[in-house]
Write a new protein. Structure first.
Length: 535
């Protein structure tokens, strides 16, 4: 089967080489056309490091690295799993849309620090501070303390340490970062009278002796748009003045907001701000940052996000955060994340070398409660991914396949019923309680079903996030093959992928799954996952 991967990779390599030649050293916006929300970016030496929100996916708090702001690669995760609640194991509820949010990344006195706070109630929402000698890890838990929403860790020049959070709130931390200094709470600014909507996403930096706090602002009123604002002061305690530093839509999609700024070794500055783009999730845009009258103004001379920017370097190898995988390594690639905590005894890369084995370990009635669904992001403008599955060892009641996975999911699902195998294209949907994310209802619609006579199958999902009449097309199409050459579409044409912040709060992912509805112990072997970005 590896020969199919080789042919696929030849196509990808040829396409990538042609694209590199046409790009001629430029970065196309979005800088990362994938679900990479709530970014924090720092530079250490000649290397940029990026962290993002991945919520209920594990391992969590991915750290990505780039030398040129164009080619990014995941180099590690800040933690492997969260263990404060059985919800993270899909037991006694779920953590969909919760878990790790808006990690703050800093480098101070030769060490990396990361601060994050799960969006949870009570002690499960405590703030974590991790530290590491290298950004790739290993990361060590340094302390836990009260919850801080959308917070920014900040080390001042005098080595005093602060956390800025919520809407203009600040607390000082003890020198060893073990806890807050009681009595240090301060509200460093008050909202303006008309700023009654969203105002969060703190990112604090210091430049030329001044303090700059970047935040997303969105007034929910006609004619008011999402924007990035900056609060500036000569003293961290204030007084602060405010200016809008970016208010622009881009590419036919909504207005941009929430992110940070970072400098280069040559002294240039850039903004990295996310934009909501529907089914693919929240993507990252790159824009010039020009210091005008002491303010970090984002965008080109007209305050717009440029479609293309010159890359910082032209000598870097091409890399990406979504990848093909032939599962020949004994360790799972960093481009993968599990839906909630994995059951590590129920998957393997070594039981059958060269294959990913997904074994059923719990009887459930829906994909949304199934352990060990393995995910990767989708990317725009278009992408395609397929898997090759060996179905020989499925048991009665088992379900396995490939999904465009989200709170509304389109899936290619192989079912074992008695001794019969069928392939279905299904539309699935889950309803969750707002407070604790309990599954309150699931719906499953079989759009098309065929009988299978063999035990080997190729399953493919194509995704199209190009601009449509009303935003992104967000269309997924589903295909199968019995020989790896001839593909047949199954089920819904242009299945609509959706972004729903009240449920999963994430972009649609490729999802590889195998779960039991009757009895445990069955499994599938996945030969390879082949991925391609299309122009």
């Amino acid at each position: 089967m590896k020969r199919y991967l080789l042919l696929f990779l030849i196509v990808i390599t040829t396409t990538a080489s042609q694209a590199d030649h046409l790009d001629d050293g430029y970065i196309d916006n979005p800088m990362l056309w994938a679900d990479v929300p709530d970014p924090d970016v720092i530079r250490v030496g000649d290397t940029f490091y990026l962290v993002s929100t991945t919520m209920h996916l594990m391992p969590g708090a991915p750290v990505m690295q780039s030398k040129d702001l164009k080619n990014w690669e995941t180099i590690g995760y800040i933690f492997d799993r969260l263990t404060d609640s059985p919800k993270y194991d899909l037991l006694e509820g779920t953590a969909y849309g919760r878990g790790q949010w808006a990690t703050s990344l800093k480098y101070h006195n030769g060490r990396f620090y990361a601060l994050l706070a799960p969006n949870e109630q009570g002690s499960t929402g405590d703030t974590y501070i991790f530290t590491a000698e290298h950004a790739a890890g290993p990361w060590t838990l340094l302390s836990r303390m009260r919850h801080f929403h959308d917070c920014s860790l900040f080390f001042d020049d005098d080595n005093r340490v602060y956390v800025v959070y919520g809407t203009g709130e600040l607390m000082e931390l003890k020198a060893d970062l073990s806890d807050v200094i009681e009595g240090s709470h301060q509200r460093i600014f008050e909202r303006e009278a008309d700023e009654t909507g969203l105002l969060e996403g703190s990112r604090m930096i210091k430049h030329n002796g001044k303090y700059y706090l970047l935040m997303i602002s969105h007034v929910y009123a006609p004619g008011r748009h999402r924007r990035e604002v900056c609060y500036r002061a000569d003293n961290i305690h204030g007084p602060y003045e405010k200016r809008t530093i970016l208010e622009a839509d881009f590419g036919g999609f909504p207005y941009i907001g929430q992110g940070t700024i970072v400098d280069t070794p040559d002294g240039d500055w850039y903004g990295i701000i996310f934009q909501d783009r529907g089914g693919v999730g929240r993507v990252l845009t790159l824009e010039p940052c020009r210091w005008i009258d002491g303010w970090p103004m984002l965008g080109d001379e007209e305050g717009k996000v440029p479609p293309r920017m010159r890359a910082l370097r032209s000598d870097m190898p091409q890399s990406g955060i979504v990848k093909s995988d032939d599962f020949s390594d004994s360790r799972l690639g960093l481009h993968w994340q599990w839906n909630h905590n994995p059951v590590n005894t129920a998957w393997s890369l070594t039981e059958r070398p060269g294959f990913l084995r997904l074994r059923t370990c719990r009887v459930v009635n829906t994909l949304f409660l199934a352990p060990n669904t393995l995910t990767q992001r989708m990317e725009g403008p278009q992408c395609s991914g397929y898997v090759v599955m060996d179905l020989c060892h499925m048991k009665d009641g088992d379900c396995a396949g490939l999904a465009a996975f989200n709170s509304d999911t389109g899936a290619l699902m192989v079912r074992k019923q008695g001794k019969r195998l069928t392939l279905e294209m299904c539309e699935l949907s889950v309803q969750l309680s707002d407070r604790d994310k309990q599954v309150t209802n699931t719906e499953e619609k079989v759009v098309e079903r065929i009988a299978l006579t063999g035990t080997k199958i190729w399953l493919r999902v194509d995704a199209d996030f190009r601009l449509g009449d009303h935003g992104g097309r967000d269309a997924a199409n589903f295909y199968y093959s019995l020989d790896g050459n001839q593909w047949t579409r199954l089920g819904t044409a242009d299945y609509s992928m959706r972004f729903d912040w009240r449920r999963f709060f994430m972009g649609t992912k490729f999802g590889l799954f195998c779960y039991a509805t009757k009895k445990k112990g069955g499994y599938v072997d996945i030969d390879e996952f082949c991925y391609q970005v299309l122009p």
